[in-house]
Design a protein around this ligand. Structure first.
Ligand SMILES: NC(=O)c1ccc[n+]([C@@H]2O[C@H](COP(=O)([O-])OP(=O)(O)OC[C@H]3O[C@@H](n4cnc5c(N)ncnc54)[C@H](OP(=O)(O)O)[C@@H]3O)[C@@H](O)[C@H]2O)c1
Length: 230
């Protein structure tokens, strides 16, 4: 019996790389990223730009996945603020092309963010109205809408995670850990709350979600509500 085929965009990023390493045990996993794979275990990763039609066709359309996990995004919140149209193209328009390219049988998993909420409110529920305070958050809401309009067979997972990545980009968690280890002063926030989850725990819970029957919007966070920048 062939194993279900999973295509993971953003496969070499923080979340994508952890997903690749875990899902490969149960699925036929194909990664897509503009950067090369960096883990010890060899993985099937196509390297290229999803904005380029020929690469998009080869990496997504031709693969006809059973599950698409869309992690690729422009995640630099400050840069998105400076270039809203580029943020829209990276986070919403690409999502629209992806969800239209895969068949209706395909489960689309869209990685969204707690940044669809303002951050100063108590814990948010899935049915709460979104009110993103940033361009990044707005484009992620637009990405959510593209997914929800295209197919009922979706999981929109709003989250905030931390963990170790390739080292190519310093994640917030890595920056904080190193600053504290060097006993450097750090400036954080007191008026912004989030509930981050360790990326390994996130992957384990997402794998359970893939089995169903839960579909639609899901909030997946850690056990502690923190105040800080994320
Ligand atoms: N990190 C968090 O705590 C957090 C919180 C909430 C939601 N999310 C969401 O979770 C997802 C994964 O986040 P992450 O932190 O793992 O991101 P990440 O480390 O930046 O990984 C994303 C990867 O996708 C690549 N990529 C982006 N656009 C691409 C394109 N058009 N073609 C080919 N590759 C492309 C990126 O390359 P570049 O690095 O060159 O852009 C990067 O290697 C994102 O959708 C993000 O919005 C993350």
């Amino acid at each position: 019996m062939p194993r279900p085929k999973v295509v993971i965009t953003g496969a070499c990023g923080l979340l994508g790389s952890h997903l690749m390493a875990s899902l490969v045990r149960r699925f036929e996993v194909h990664g897509v990223d503009r950067h090369p794979w960096w883990g010890d275990e060899p993985m099937h990763v196509l390297i290229g730009e999803l904005d380029e039609p020929a690469f998009f066709e080869r990496a997504v359309q031709a693969e006809a996945p059973d599950i698409l996990i869309h992690c690729a995004a422009w995640v630099n919140v400050d840069a998105c603020e400076q270039e809203p149209s580029r943020a829209y193209a990276a986070n919403a328009a690409l999502t629209r092309r992806l969800v239209r390219a895969v068949g209706p049988h395909c489960l689309v998993v869209y990685l969204s963010t707690d940044g669809v909420f303002p951050g100063e409110a108590p814990l948010a529920r899935e049915e709460d109205p979104t009110a993103p305070p940033t361009v990044y958050g707005r484009t992620k809401v637009q990405g959510e809408q593209e997914v929800a309009q295209a197919t009922e067979n979706h999981l929109i997972v709003r989250t905030n995670f931390y963990g170790w990545s390739s080292g190519r980009k310093t994640t917030f968690g890595e920056w904080l850990y190193r600053a504290l280890a060097r006993r450097e002063p750090v400036t954080l926030f007191t008026d912004f709350f989030f509930t981050p989850i360790y990326v390994v725990d996130f992957v384990e819970r997402l794998m359970r979600l893939l089995e169903g029957p839960c579909r639609g919007i899901v909030h997946l966070g850690g056990g502690d509500r923190r105040n800080s920048h994320c």
